[in-house]
Design a protein around this ligand. Structure first.
Ligand SMILES: [Fe+2]
Ligand SMILES: [Fe+2]
Length: 259
């Protein structure tokens, strides 16, 4: 896990990138945008010859997940593994022809991807938050990589310390999950599936890993009871706006005064 490969000037959200290697075969998970590429590529080579990567695995198609795709397609011979519904959108991140015969489009039901002598499980996590979204389970380390689920807002330095007690951590997750997760129905369906796995560590793309049976169980309890996304939106959120945006100050000024 790489937690702090980007300048922390507050412009871009802190992100984690992951390398999984089994018997000489390597996959990078959610390698991120262009800000992270150079440093990540160099940091990787301490553990694995980056040019030999077999897979670039993307949980979904957001810029912080895969905007560096062109660089990875150029610097390695890896195949991109991504939801089938993003398969034809991802090539927009690259120069023409770079992804030809190099995209593995994953169907909605997911699957088990061979990795060395083991495999990486691609678990359905649609609408958490992207419409085509996967989480990744490593049956050897028993780590569940949860992309934008379980994320917390903090610095790369802080993200290195795993969370063992969920209660004080909830405040750092709550706002994000209420707005970025799509609905409580999805969270409940996911939790049902996740409880069937033996998970030692739950590792999000932003912020700190959640470690240990106790904290993971508490996370499941919290998330399956969370109202979010469309649960919280009603007609008040869909009104023709009256506020004005000042492009200079980037401030929004309140409604029109009626004469
Ligand atoms: Fe995302
Ligand atoms: Fe993200």
């Amino acid at each position: 896990m790489f937690t702090d490969l980007m300048d922390e000037d507050g412009q871009a959200v802190q992100s984690n990138q992951f390398l999984v290697v089994d018997h000489g075969v390597g996959a990078i998970i959610d390698p991120g945008g262009n800000i992270a590429f150079n440093e990540l590529f160099m940091a990787l080579t301490r553990w694995f010859p980056a040019q030999n990567l077999s897979y670039v695995v993307a949980s979904h198609a957001d810029p912080d997940i895969i905007a560096s795709l062109d660089r990875w397609m150029t610097s390695t011979r890896a195949k991109l593994v991504i939801s089938r519904i993003w398969e034809r959108f991802a090539p927009h991140f690259t120069k023409a022809g770079k992804t030809e015969d190099r995209v593995i489009g994953v169907p909605d039901a997911g699957g088990k991807l061979p990795l060395g002598k083991s495999e990486l499980w691609l678990l359905p996590a649609h609408f958490m938050h992207a419409e085509g979204n996967f989480h990744f389970y490593d049956p050897v380390s028993k780590i569940l990589f949860t992309g934008d689920l379980g994320v917390s807002m903090m610095t790369g330095e802080e993200a290195r310390t795993p969370v063992k007690d969920l209660r004080p951590h909830v405040a750092r997750m709550e706002g994000f999950h209420r707005r970025y997760m799509v609905s409580n129905k999805i969270l409940r369906l996911w939790t049902q599936m996740a409880r069937g796995l033996d998970v030692k560590m739950l590792v999000p793309q932003h912020g700190a890993p959640i470690v240990g049976k106790q904290a993971i169980a508490e996370f499941y309890d919290w998330i399956e009871n969370l109202r979010c996304g469309v649960d919280l939106f009603d007609e008040r959120n869909y009104q023709v706006p009256t506020a004005r945006i000042d492009p200079q100050s980037n401030r929004v000024t309140a409604a029109l005064r009626v004469a």
